[in-house]
Design a protein around this ligand. Sequence first.
Ligand SMILES: Cc1cc2nc3c(=O)[nH]c(=O)nc-3n(C[C@H](O)[C@H](O)[C@H](O)COP(=O)(O)OP(=O)(O)OC[C@H]3O[C@@H](n4cnc5c(N)ncnc54)[C@H](O)[C@@H]3O)c2cc1C
Length: 397
Amino acid sequence: MSVAVIEKNKYSRAYIEEIREIVRPIIENVAKPFAAIPENEEKFPREILQALAKEGWSSVTLPEKWGGLDLGYVGLSVVAEELGKVDASTGLVYAMHVGAAQVINIFGNDDQKKRWLLPIREGSIGTFAVSEKATGGHVWYNVSQAVQDGDDYILNLEKSFTTSGGQSDFYVVQTRTAGSEDPSDHSFFIVDGHDEGITSKPWKALGVKGNCSGPLKLENVIVNRRDLVPAPALDILHGTGAVLGLNGVWLGVAQGALDATLDYVSKTVHQDFNKSLANYQVIRQKLAEVKIRISGLRAWQYDLARQLDELRESNQSLISYATEVTEHKVQATELADYAARIAMDVAGGYGYIEGVFERLYRDARGGIPMAPSNNIARDQIGKSLVGLPLELFEEGK
Ligand SMILES: Cc1cc2nc3c(=O)[nH]c(=O)nc-3n(C[C@H](O)[C@H](O)[C@H](O)COP(=O)(O)OP(=O)(O)OC[C@H]3O[C@@H](n4cnc5c(N)ncnc54)[C@H](O)[C@@H]3O)c2cc1C
């Protein structure tokens, strides 16, 4: 891997394209074939993550000291986008993994970094376990609570969705702080994914079938205080830039849908007029609309990535960009969904039968309910626009 030879200039398009050219062969050779494997419950992109890890891409945001490439959110955005182009499931697994690693990188201590970040180069995979059925998309509020026992914490809880559930080598688990009555008071534990108290349920879902995002249960899992991460309680997803990584995946899904559609319309010829679908103006208009929106979204993705990188370079919190990253999340997930719907439309009846278009159509829907769900996102953006408080908590009676 020759990223070290690149002259780092995050404002240069050539630099971004150079990262893209380096990571692309792995994605083409390993991730693309994975996407073509028939979907079933067992499917999980471990081999892809291992191939990426070997070359340092699973540690893309980490400093060299911790085995990373130190390419920041710009590097993350490139890899997430390229993965999203070929397989949304793998993209989500990857983005959640980088987000979990960033919890430790940004907020953890050296002991935690040594034990949890260095093994990522050997293929260790992490993820977030945050959402609970009891509070749904209000992910800033967990009902579950840790119990302290001397230097240990005992975790008994169930998470409603966890990407890479049952597959991860470590989980960053959010739960209410032991002994606290305050709903905004959370603790983050790094939990060994191989602990025998952890069980996962199969992921039976409409799409992104290769990402094992089913429920995850922790029963009497004991975590030593060594693995308690002193992260700020309220918004871990934004505090680590995890949402921007996921947005990069949805940008890639939109581009992947456009690429598949372009291929289809140029190759599909109606023999009565001997013209391809690309000859129909109505179709070209639709494709142009998708392309225009993708170009706008991509510019915004890399602008936000640069802003987050600059904040990290000066050791500042990423939270100041939370609202804008949330706006971008709505745009990215809805563009992926839109591009997949256009692809389905343009591919006619053949789009509807099993294959790339119907898979994209199902996969692309996945981002809309993910935290912050687009309804919650709009509610929060609107409230902040008119200066209303977010009113995040009202304890159930
Ligand atoms: C593919 C996938 C992967 C996921 N991976 C993970 C993961 O790795 N880790 C993790 O912790 N979670 C994960 N999640 C969970 C995801 O974050 C939740 O689905 C999300 O938080 C929504 O929660 P819910 O499904 O319980 O919906 P609810 O909160 O019950 O929402 C139901 C509906 O009400 C709307 N709604 C809810 N509250 C409000 C409000 N206050 N204002 C306006 N509208 C509202 C929602 O937008 C939605 O339309 C994943 C989900 C999916 C689909």
